[in-house]
Design a protein around this ligand. Structure first.
Ligand SMILES: Cc1cc2nc3c(=O)[nH]c(=O)nc-3n(C[C@H](O)[C@H](O)[C@H](O)COP(=O)(O)O)c2cc1C
Length: 336
């Protein structure tokens, strides 16, 4: 049976082009974030809490907002009011950038999937740090962990990636409960090469040496398209460098499940990613003690349970939330 969002809200949103619908939703949530009566309405969707502690942080529940939905960190109070147990903003890059030409988000409703090639459109580390500083003094800072996902600016050559990440890290670390290094988006040329052991080692080393007085848990977000050998190498480098968590996974470049006439260049997310992402979670949990945050194709209680059974400690939602709305949170929580 369809929930209220699926019956009344989704048809309206899906009548608009995908990016327009996205901006409309974010704008409404941004407005709600400044308006207490609206936050109270959003809280009526909130599931009960199922607390969990991981890398020293207290999560009221294990269901998080995945990176990319709130790239600029404009609606933190609203996401918390909706009941997310943690919120990951970003990907933020050192330099503000517009991303790729539009259209760049595509719905595949039959498959309950999305393809995107946004290319890290975001306001940049300086502007986002300012926004977060203002939120912090406003007394509306959410009572759930906030992760900040950082990535490489497109204009920065890959050889200078470390400095680019370091810039964002320095600007944003004070606002983050954890920092995610995104080295797996398929839409920034060369980014996934940072998963190669030498490059990843250099990046983790540099960030690790920066940790300063209040070190923040460092999380690495990986691609579902890694081979077994590549995954093993990534895990080794992450262990050696004391990485606190791994997010498995980002979107996939494997479009074999997509009909040719519907296909688009970009990262595929949603239901077609589910099995691949679960397999990686399983593989990581079997090979390593680093906690896993699962992301990929979570649409209901069953697909969420599958991730926990595979060994995930926490989960994150993106495409499932676009298709199923806030009631998805409650549906999953009620089953835990
Ligand atoms: C439109 C869109 C934009 C995304 N942007 C980002 C991003 O900026 N950074 C990132 O790490 N992941 C990004 N992702 C990936 C999601 O965070 C998530 O890892 C992926 O979509 C798999 O989960 P899902 O199947 O629940 O969507 C994006 C995904 C979508 C669909």
């Amino acid at each position: 049976m369809k929930n209220g969002y699926e019956l009344f809200v989704r048809p309206l949103l899906f009548s608009l082009d995908a990016e327009t619908a996205h901006h409309l939703t974010i704008e409404l949530l941004q407005k709600a974030s400044h308006f207490d009566p609206a936050l109270r309405v959003l809280r009526s969707f909130q599931p009960s809490s199922k607390p969990k502690t991981l890398f020293g942080l207290n999560f009221p529940n294990p269901i998080g907002l995945a990176a990319g939905l709130d790239k600029n960190g404009v609606a933190l109070p609203a996401w918390a009011a909706l009941g997310f147990g943690f919120i990951e903003i970003g990907t933020v890059t050192a330099k503000a950038q517009p991303g790729n030409p539009k259209p760049r988000i595509f719905r595949l409703p039959e498959q309950r999937a999305l393809i995107n090639r946004l290319g890290f459109n975001n306001h940049g580390a300086d502007a986002i740090a300012q926004r977060l500083a203002a939120l912090r003094v406003s007394a509306r800072w959410p009572a759930v962990p906030v992760g900040i996902n950082i990535g490489k600016s497109r204009a920065t050559p890959l050889e200078q990636a470390t400095d680019d990440y370091l810039y964002s890290f320095r600007m944003l670390r004070d606002f983050a409960d954890y920092i995610t290094l995104n080295i797996s988006s398929p839409n920034t040329p060369g980014l996934r090469e940072l998963q190669e052991p030498e490059k990843l080692s250099e990046l983790l080393h540099a960030i690790g040496n920066e940790a300063g007085t209040a070190p923040k848990p460092l999380v690495v977000k990986i691609s579902p398209d890694l081979s077994n050998t590549e995954l093993k190498a990534v895990l080794e480098v992450c262990s050696e460098n004391g990485v606190s968590g791994i997010i498995a996974t980002n979107t996939t470049l494997d479009h074999s499940s997509v009909a040719r006439q519907l296909d688009q260049a970009g990262g595929l997310s949603g239901a077609p990613l589910r099995d691949k992402s679960t397999a990686l979670v399983h593989e990581i949990a079997a090979r390593s003690t680093i906690p896993v945050i699962a992301s990929g194709g979570i649409f209901d209680a069953e697909s969420a349970a599958e991730k926990f059974q595979a060994g995930a400690q926490l989960i994150q939602l993106y495409t499932g939330f676009v298709y199923r709305g806030p009631q998805l949170l409650r549906e999953i929580m009620d089953s835990l």
